[in-house]
Design a protein around this ligand. Structure first.
Ligand SMILES: Nc1ncnc2c1ncn2[C@@H]1O[C@H](COP(=O)(O)OP(=O)(O)OP(=O)(O)O)[C@@H](O)[C@H]1O
Ligand SMILES: [Mg+2]
Length: 748
């Protein structure tokens, strides 16, 4: 088609150019012919004028010497005009215009005639001049006159001939020019009339050529619009052929797309209709937001309606339970903002019953309208299960937390992933939900890695349960530990469960009983021993004293005897202590001022012979007594003995001097008194601490090792207890806790 258009335009231009050129050439030719005709007319006029002036001079010549003769000047003037006219005739015949109009032969004959004419006029002028100027006789004048007159007459004849010839030629030429102009005019008329017709015909053919394929394309487009995707365009060539091929391709691709869209729609329709969840499409705005536009069968079934009934309803007004309907505008607002919301709300069934649904809804824009796509799931069963699980969880947790044994659940990396209340409280564990890794060895043993002899690790390694008892210095507790392995579904070990019982109290009781048993045995043994030793010792003492009373004894011997008596007295003191330890007297409880007894004990201790003997060392005593301490029920002598034992031990632990600090504090909530005696002495390591309360344990050369065991016994008889903390090289702290009423807590 492009080629056709270009060809038509080229031909049209060519024809226009040729016709234009022809018209221009014709016009040019006609114009030049007209010009030639005009020139011929001018020549004719000049010849007429030449003839006229020739006749005028002839007339002047004829009228000479008559009453009507012209003046010589007039004659001369007319002759000049005549000459002038002849000159112009010559000039005109030699002009390019005239030279162009005639052929060479005729031009030559005309020019030779003109030259002849010119000669004759020159002769005439000479004859005339002679006639007018000579002063000869009459005959001579008449001859001259005749000569001039004949010449003039001949000239008139010749000019007349030429005028006639020119007139004939002029008529011929004028006729020919008219014919040419008429032909050109006809041609122009023809072009004016035929041009549009030809253009119209060509245009029509051209339009026909274009509109034909366009119509075919329009028809095909209409068929495709009408759904006939199988329609094909055939028979078109050139550019329209290419368009048709593209069009056919397009219809094939459209058909393919339509097919896929159809398939996709079928799939979604099936999905929509067979979905187990309720799917709603509802109005998001307008007069009735919430109006159900479409819904699937599951939605109808879930709410107890038929699909037709459901499509008449409003989701918010008819299906949301009152509490859910109240919050619906808020939900719709969020959806209109483009959010995809999820919520658990209550829905109403046709029979009025309420059931929980989980809704998931978002905005759907279709044909410039906003809708809500809501997917609702009936979660009645899930809720039931959740409640059941929650209830079971609460029961389990309650049970778990009610157990007074510590229960901790561990993973393979020693992390405590769950702990019951007892374990949290006793171990000081962070709250259960924490995501921070809580290592069991840090909380149980205060270490940064599992202990080398960790028996729980054995359980983890072997997959066999273990149980053992251990003392945990970090917790200061005796623990009975049972470790049980945890397995996953593949029977792979994933950790352990620790069930740990705090047996510190039981151990203490066992220890007390054991100690009491020991004491009883020691007491019986000591009573027997004291009894056995006491009488012989009394005899030895009496004998030695008698020896000492001998005045004649040498001083040296007396000194030995005195030393022997002193040692016997020390044995007596020891036996007394032993007896005191073995059979301690019952405390005589009275209301006493603890601060006062402690103060007196400090003064007594500082005056004690062992302290005085070692007075080189400076002991700085600090007292921090709580003035709020009420009077307490206690045996003042036994309390003094207790304080004295601790004070003397503290002073003896500081052979190079140091600080002896004493403090009392009343805890009004517990109604108990705390007495603290600390020193900055040599201190004790852990193994020593564990032995200090054992009877007869001493590190001193002259110590009995009964001081602290008697002290603890007396405090326990008062319903109190004593604790010790010590740091080797830094010092020792003893804390005594006494109840104000002098009884143990469990005694009320
Ligand atoms: N404040 C203290 N600092 C360091 N060690 C102490 C302290 N108090 C007691 N001990 C240690 O405890 C041991 C037992 O003390 P305990 O009072 O029972 O007996 P003793 O002092 O050795 O003898 P006794 O009290 O009969 O003189 C002491 O030998 C000493 O090693
Ligand atoms: Mg002592």
């Amino acid at each position: 088609m492009k080629k056709l258009i270009i060809t038509v335009i080229v031909i049209f231009c060519l024809i226009n150019t040729l016709v234009g050129a022809y018209v221009i050439v014709s016009m040019e030719d006609a114009t030049s012919k007209l010009n030639y005709v005009i020139s011929l007319h001018q020549i004719e006029i000049l010849r007429e004028h030449l003839l006229l002036y020739l006749k005028k001079v002839q007339s002047d010549l004829g009228l000479k010497n008559t009453l009507h003769e012209s003046s010589i000047d007039t004659i001369v003037q007319n002759v000049r005009y005549l000459d002038n006219m002849m000159g112009r005739c010559m000039a005109c015949h030699q002009s390019p215009k005239m030279l162009k109009g005639d052929n060479a032969g005729s031009r030559h004959s005309v020019l030779s005639r003109l030259y002849g004419l010119q000669n004759e006029i020159d002769q005439y002028k000479k004859s005339l001049s002679r006639y007018l100027t000579i002063r000869a006789g009459r005959d001579r004048t008449a001859i001259e006159f005749n000569q001039a007159f004949r010449t003039a007459e001949q000239l008139v004849t010749e000019v007349n001939t030429m005028v006639h010839a020119t007139s004939a030629k002029l008529a011929e030429r004028t006729e020919s020019s008219y014919k040419d102009i008429s032909r050109t005019k006809n041609l122009l008329y023809g072009l004016v009339v035929l041009g549009p017709i030809v253009a119209a015909v060509v245009g029509f053919i051209f339009i026909k050529k274009i509109t034909g394929p366009v119509n075919t394309l329009v028809q095909a487009t209409r068929k495709i619009t009408g759904g006939d995707l199988d329609n094909k365009i055939e028979g078109l060539k050139g550019e329209f052929g290419e368009v048709a091929a593209s069009f056919n391709e397009m219809s094939d691709s459209l058909k393919d797309h339509m097919h896929r869209i159809q398939e996709s729609e079928n799939r979604y329709r099936t999905l929509f209709e067979s979905a187990g969840d309720a799917i709603f499409i509802v109005e998001a705005e307008g007069k009735e937001p919430g109006r159900i536009v479409d819904a699937n069968p599951a939605a109808a079934e879930m709410h107890g309606y038929t699909l037709e009934e459901l499509l008449e309803l409003n989701l918010v007004k008819d299906l949301d339970a009152p509490n859910a309907a109240k919050e619906a505008p808020d939900r719709i607002e969020h959806i209109l903002k483009g959010e995809w919301i999820k919520a658990e709300i209550d829905h109403l069934k046709k029979d009025g019953s309420i059931f929980p649904v989980e809704i998931s809804a978002g905005l759907l824009e279709y044909m410039n309208r906003k809708y809500i796509l809501a997917v609702d799931r009936d979660i009645s069963e899930r809720k039931k299960m959740e409640n059941l699980i929650l209830q079971t969880k609460i029961e389990w947790e309650d049970t778990f937390d009610t157990i007074t044994d510590m229960i901790t659940i561990h993973d393979k990396e020693f992390n405590i992933i769950r702990a019951n209340k007892a374990a949290q409280e006793i171990l000081g564990l962070p709250f259960l939900e924490t995501t921070r890794a809580v290592k069991c060895y840090a909380y149980y043993h205060g270490k940064d890695s599992p202990p080398r002899d960790c028996q729980s690790c054995t359980c983890l390694n072997t997959g066999q349960p273990t149980s053992f008892e251990t003392f945990e210095p970090h917790l200061n507790k005796y623990l009975e530990v049972r470790a049980m392995p945890r397995f996953d579904n593949n029977n792979e070990i994933i950790g352990i469960i620790h069930v740990i019982r705090d047996i510190t109290e039981r151990k203490k009781v066992e220890e007390i009983l054991q100690r009491a048993e020991q004491m009883k045995m020691v007491g019986e043994w000591a009573t027997g021993l004291v009894h056995e030793i006491k009488n012989p010792l009394a005899g030895i003492k009496g004998s030695v004293e008698m020896l000492a009373s001998d005045a004649s004894m040498e001083e040296e011997d007396r000194a030995i005897i005195t030393q022997a008596v002193d040692e016997i007295k020390r044995i007596e003191m020891l036996l007394k202590s032993l007896l005191n330890f073995a059979k301690p007297p019952k405390p005589q409880l009275t209301l006493v001022d603890i601060n006062d007894i402690l103060d007196k004990s400090i003064a007594f201790a500082l005056r004690h012979p062992s302290v005085v003997a070692n007075s080189s060392s400076a002991i700085n005593v600090f007292k921090d007594f709580d003035p709020k301490i009420p009077k307490a029920m206690a045996d003042p002598m036994q309390m003094q003995q207790v304080f004295l034992n601790l004070l003397l031990n503290a002073i003896e632990a500081m052979p190079d001097g140091g600080i002896l600090a004493t403090k009392t504090y009343y805890d009004d909530k517990l109604d108990s008194i705390q007495i603290t005696i600390s020193d900055t002495g040599k201190g004790m390591d852990k193994s020593l601490i564990s032995k200090v309360f054992q009877p007869f344990f001493t590190t001193k050369r002259k110590g009995s090792g009964l001081g602290l065991s008697i002290t603890r016994r007396l405090i326990e008889q008062h319903g109190g207890h004593i604790d010790v903390e010590s740091d080797p090289g830094k010092g020792t702290v003893f804390d005594i806790f006494l109840n104000v009423n002098g009884k143990r807590k469990d005694q009320g």
